[in-house]
Every structure is written in structure tokens, then in C-alpha cells.
Design a protein around this ligand. Structure first.
Ligand SMILES: [Zn+2]
Length: 348
């Protein structure tokens, strides 16, 4: 079960309070209020097949601090970790997930991003930025309202730090629209991000010595040395996409193909920003593959699912595209990453 005692918890809290300007000792929120937020913004009651999961979680409320800060951390990173732990991956890997410490990514290096690192105690930690969480909500909000300018609006808001404050505004603006579909879209997008980070772990990328040096000092060499190659990044995407599709098959037996693209949506949005607005933006980090290539390779890896869904034309368009575009980073998107090893069997 998620939430068992993890030894790096203190180190993570220290990074957050040092750089995030959060107050973890802020006063407790009323139980009813916390329950309202959890029911409103998460799908755990539906996914875990445990009746009133959120309410059960709040049973030990008195021993936990539920203030604005802990609630944010829960919604941004712990909640998708709980989903990852409980569905899709085999129980021995679920054990590993339950040992991961979740944290909010400090802004100094955070931007709209997530990261997996080793703590000084050698524990695995996944950080998720608050601005990434805010970005995902805003993205689905703009899409829902058929805002064709969504990439530009999001790009502009990427340049400044968005502090998520649902008490006053940010999440409140979506209040009228939060239905099951909206909530599910946000959840699947978050889950894919967390699966990508977990895939780095499964692929052994954290054993690369550089990641241990990750120190959260804003412009230090340590930060610069947090570098995973383009090939490794794409491998993490491919494995994450396998885990994600397995999760969908497991959770939505009949129409799971409908949900595949939702998980990739944020990368698709970055690809649109790269294409329409600022193509240089994603070249800044030369180790990171371009969002368009990430999107295309993931789609082609799961082409059978897309063809089943009636997207044969799209698939042949993409296949032709990567053959003729010589600048495209060459990558074997069908490579065997031992995905089956990690995933639960699903009945067809
Ligand atoms: Zn990555």
C-alpha cells in the first residue's frame, strides 16, 4: 500500500520548503473540505474498485496533516503514483512504486516538468511540478472550449511561474466543467508523466551516476549533469506507452483504444508549440528528443491499436513522414524493452 514509511521523506520535504516557498506546517483544512477536493479532482473512487476510497483514506486524517501544501502534493504526484501502483504493473513492481517518495518539483529547475532522481539515501523520488499540474488542467480546459489558440495561450503562460492556488482561482475556474470525462483526461495525462519517470527507473537509468548528483542548486554543475541521452528518453517513452496501454486494457476492457491519445496529449501539445510557435524552445536541452518525434514514435509503436480504431491513414502518413524527413532523429521505436515483464496479464 502506498504511504508506508519511506526514509527519504524528510529530504524531499526539505528540498520543497527550501525552494518552493511552501508552508508545510500551515493549518489543517477541515476534513469535509479535503474530502470534497479529493472527490472532485481525483478518480480514485472509480479506479481502485474500493468503495469510497477517498473517505477511507481520510479515516486516519488526524495523524496526517492535510493543509493546502499536502493536498497539492497529493493531487499532483501521490495520486498518480497510487494509480500506477494499483493497476497495470505486476505486484512485485507495485511494491517498488509504493516505496517511491513523491514531491513537488522545486521551481528553480522545475518549469513544466517532472523528474525521477535518487535521494542522498539512495531512495527513488519522483518530483512533479506544480506548474505541470496547472498546465494539464489549463490544456484540457482550453481544448474543451475548442480554443484553437490553445498552444499560444499555454506557451505564454509557460514563461512565468504559475503557482497553483485553487482556493482563490486556478482550479476554481474549471469548477463548472469538471465532469467524469474532464477528470479522467487530466488523470490519464498525469499518469503518463509518472509512468515515463517510472520507466526511467525500470530501464536502469537511475544507476547512471550523474543522476545522483542532482542537487536542486539552480545553476550548478550538478543540475547540468542531470542528463539522460535522447535514446534513453525515447526508451522511457516507449516503455511508458506500453505500461500505459496495458493500464488502459486492464481498466477499460471494451473501448480502451479511445483513451490512448489522451495520455500522450501533453506531448502532442508540446509538439504543437514546437511546430507553431517556438521551434527553438525544445532544442535548448540537446539531450531531450523533440516532442514531435516522441509523439510519432509512440503512435507508431502502438500502430495496431490505431489501425483498429480506424486511423490507418494517419499511420501511413507518419510512416511515410519519418522515411522522407532526413532531419528526424532515427530511432527503433519497435525495440524490445521487456515490457511484458512488468505488466499484469489482461484477459482479452
Ligand atoms: Zn525522461
Amino acid at each position: 500500500m502506498y504511504n508506508k514509511y519511506r526514509k527519504s521523506e524528510d529530504w524531499v520535504r526539505h528540498q520543497e520548503t527550501r525552494l518552493l516557498n511552501v508552508d508545510p506546517t500551515a493549518e489543517n483544512l477541515p476534513k469535509e473540505y479535503v474530502l470534497g477536493i479529493l472527490n472532485n479532482y481525483t478518480c480514485l473512487n472509480e479506479f481502485r474498485h474500493i468503495e469510497n476510497y477517498n473517505e477511507k483514506k481520510l479515516e486516519n486524517y488526524k495523524s496526517q496533516i492535510w493543509n493546502e501544501y499536502s493536498l497539492k502534493k497529493y493531487l499532483a504526484v501521490e495520486y498518480p503514483l497510487i494509480l500506477l501502483e494499483s493497476t497495470g504493473v505486476k505486484s512485485e513492481y507495485a511494491e517498488i512504486v509504493s516505496d517511491i517518495v513523491g514531491g513537488l518539483l522545486p521551481y528553480d529547475i522545475g518549469e513544466i516538468n517532472a523528474a525521477i532522481v535518487l535521494s542522498p539515501l539512495n531512495d527513488t523520488v519522483i518530483f512533479f511540478s506544480e506548474s505541470m499540474y496547472a498546465f494539464i488542467w489549463k490544456y484540457f480546459h482550453l481544448k474543451r472550449n475548442s480554443n484553437s489558440n490553445y498552444a499560444e495561450i499555454l506557451y505564454k503562460s509557460m514563461t512565468k511561474y504559475e503557482f497553483l492556488n485553487w482556493k482563490t482561482s486556478d482550479l476554481k475556474v474549471y469548477q463548472q466543467q469538471i465532469d467524469a470525462e474532464f477528470k479522467l483526461s487530466v488523470t490519464l495525462a498525469q499518469l503518463f508523466v509518472v509512468m515515463h519517470e517510472f520507466a526511467h527507473y525500470l530501464l536502469g537509468h537511475l544507476k547512471q551516476v550523474e543522476t545522483k548528483l542532482f542537487s536542486f542548486a539552480s545553476n550548478s554543475q550538478a543540475h547540468m549533469s542531470y542528463a539522460i541521452s535522447r535514446e534513453d528518453e525515447l526508451d522511457a517513452d516507449m516503455l511508458a506507452s506500453d505500461l500505459y496501454v496495458a493500464f488502459l486494457k486492464h481498466s477499460f476492457k471494451y473501448n480502451y483504444e479511445e483513451f490512448i491519445l489522451i495520455g500522450f496529449e501533453i506531448i502532442r501539445c508540446f509538439a504543437k508549440i514546437e511546430h507553431d510557435i517556438d521551434e527553438k524552445m525544445f532544442f535548448k536541452n540537446k539531450h531531450h528528443p523533440l516532442p514531435s518525434s516522441r509523439m510519432i514514435y509512440m503512435t507508431l509503436r502502438h500502430k495496431q491499436e490505431f489501425i483498429k480504431k480506424g486511423e490507418a491513414e494517419l499511420i501511413s502518413f507518419l510512416e511515410e513522414g519519418i522515411k522522407t524527413n532526413r532531419e528526424f532523429y532515427t530511432y527503433d521505436f519497435n525495440k524490445d524493452l521487456n515490457s511484458e515483464k512488468y505488466m499484469k496479464e489482461h484477459e482479452c
